[in-house]
Design a protein around this ligand. Structure first.
Ligand SMILES: [Ca+2]
Length: 86
């Protein structure tokens, strides 16, 4: 996943996985599913959005970030719908 992120269906990096390498305005096959996330060290900055087309609440992460529980760490569980890299 060099340069990308991995979304996980469950907390603690469990369940199904979805690797994302570039901007996605709607994560059609993993919408509102992610409960934990890993960001590759080579990523500068990535913003996760509640809605499609980079709308709604957002959560900014940086290279090497690992959030094992999006419920506790950011109240961002099961809502991610789009992703933008910078
Ligand atoms: Ca959503």
């Amino acid at each position: 996943m060099a340069g990308g992120i991995i979304l996980y269906e469950h907390v603690d990096f469990g369940g199904r996985q979805k690797t994302i390498m570039g901007n996605v305005d709607f994560i059609s096959d993993f919408n509102d599913l992610a409960s934990s996330i890993k960001v590759d060290y080579t990523v500068n900055k990535v913003t996760l959005y509640e809605h499609a087309n980079y709308q709604g609440r957002s959560l900014v992460l940086y290279g090497g970030d690992r959030l094992r529980n999006l419920v506790d760490s950011a109240n961002f569980n099961d809502i991610i719908s789009s992703v933008k890299f910078e």
